[in-house]
Design a binder for this molecule. Structure first.
Ligand SMILES: Cc1cc2nc3c(=O)[nH]c(=O)nc-3n(C[C@H](O)[C@H](O)[C@H](O)COP(=O)(O)O)c2cc1C
Length: 184
């Protein structure tokens, strides 16, 4: 199975990137998770450009998502909402439809005690509008810095929650693959 993680922060020391890197390591032997690093390379969404000829960076992003059995979004909350780079990336996907019926889990990590829950809710609302199958195991990580060491999450309770998220992604992806397997 292939999972793709999108990190909604461009910061080098991003807590949310650490969550994605940790999740990639927690995946079972049958699953590979790649962390998409191209959000910064996407231009600002412009519908006229999309209609005429989407740029190569957008096509690469779409292809990466199309190849994924499930998607994990890890993102900060900025000014009580989703990060701008994440929203911009998702806008390029609306027309392509790569997330339609795809299992998607949303994890927000923040130094705040809310864990960025407002950004999680907003991201889920946007994903539902796009037709994604948003997993109820989506979660927020409050006081996230204290739960990490180096580049990884080390807090056991948070690791258990992340394992549940990954298990839900695998379950949902396997269910969706079943009809196709039966037809083959
Ligand atoms: C401009 C700005 C706005 C922020 N707004 C929020 C916010 O609304 N809610 C929140 O929980 N954290 C907020 N933060 C703190 C971020 O959650 C924190 O910087 C976090 O570490 C960013 O994610 P990252 O570590 O993955 O880059 C804000 C930070 C900045 C710089």
């Amino acid at each position: 199975m292939k999972f793709v993680a999108i990190v909604g922060s461009l910061r080098e020391g991003s807590l949310n990137r650490k969550v994605a890197l940790t999740a990639a390591e927690l995946c079972g032997p049958d699953t590979e998770m790649t962390v998409f690093e191209g959000l910064a390379g996407l231009p600002y969404f412009e519908h006229d450009v999309e209609v005429v000829a989407p740029p190569a960076s957008v096509l690469a992003f779409r292809a990466e998502l199309a190849s994924a059995d499930a998607v994990l979004i890890t993102s900060p909350e900025y000014a009580a909402g989703m990060s701008g780079v994440l929203k911009n990336g998702l806008e390029w996907i609306v027309g392509g439809g790569e997330l339609v019926d795809k299992p998607v889990a949303v994890v927000t990590a923040s130094p705040a005690t809310t864990g960025g829950a407002r950004a999680r809710e907003w991201t889920i609302e946007t994903l539902r509008m796009m037709g994604a199958d948003v997993l109820p195991e989506s979660m927020s990580i409050p006081v996230a810095g204290a739960k990490m060491k180096g580049d990884r999450v080390v807090d056991e309770a948070t690791l258990d929650q992340l394992r549940e998220v990954l298990a839900a992604m695998a379950r949902s992806a396997a269910e969706k693959a079943q009809p196709a397997a039966a037809e083959a």
